[in-house]
Write a protein that binds this ligand. Structure first.
Ligand SMILES: NC(=O)NC1=NC(=O)NC1=O
Length: 169
């Protein structure tokens, strides 16, 4: 019986594909997943987090659009029981689907956002109430395309790094 190791030690020692499987639900960008795994062994979780943040710092619009395939709209319950869907539901748990006024406002805001920017609105939902998310959506709708691309990339980085922390908690 292997004595319980720290999650980091397990990650450092895991087969490559097992290590990739652990971090792939963080973001649907294989280059990032491979880069995090290739950086092993890490002396500390902070070293891992720093490398993950560095790799995420280079993301561009293409990465954003590719990653969005794994992020359901805000207010739409992620379907299925894959790891990403489960994570999304947890992150969006503060958005009460029974609150029809909020749900309608989010649906309308999402539609306006997609018409203006041509992609799904992405926000780090964890730690935000439904009302705070709606306020951010309405604020960001006023952004220029360049401003909004930068904001959406920052939210993708936050979601990714929060999920990474969760994978090692
Ligand atoms: N469109 C979204 O913003 N989706 C999400 N935000 C999160 O924090 N998790 C999601 O799935």
């Amino acid at each position: 019986m292997q004595q319980a190791q720290s999650p980091l030690t397990d990650f450092n020692n895991a087969e490559e594909q097992d290590a990739q499987r652990l971090v792939s639900p963080c973001v649907a960008l294989p280059e990032w997943v491979n880069g995090v795994v290739a950086g092993r062994p890490y002396d500390s979780f902070n070293e891992l987090l720093d490398r993950a943040a560095d790799l995420a710092g280079g993301w561009d619009r293409q990465d954003l659009e590719l990653a969005l395939s794994a992020h359901p709209r805000i207010g739409e319950r992620a379907q299925g029981n894959g790891k990403e869907a489960t994570l999304s539901r947890g992150e969006q748990s503060a958005v009460d689907p029974q609150n029809t006024v909020l749900s309608l406002a989010l649906a309308q805001g999402n539609a306006e956002y997609e018409a203006k920017f041509g992609r799904v609105f992405l926000i780090r939902a964890k730690g935000r109430s439904g009302e705070e998310i709606l306020a951010e959506l309405q604020r960001r709708l006023k952004n220029s395309p360049q401003q909004e691309e930068a904001e959406a990339l920052e939210q993708l980085r936050q979601i990714t790094l929060l999920r990474l922390e969760g994978a090692f908690a």
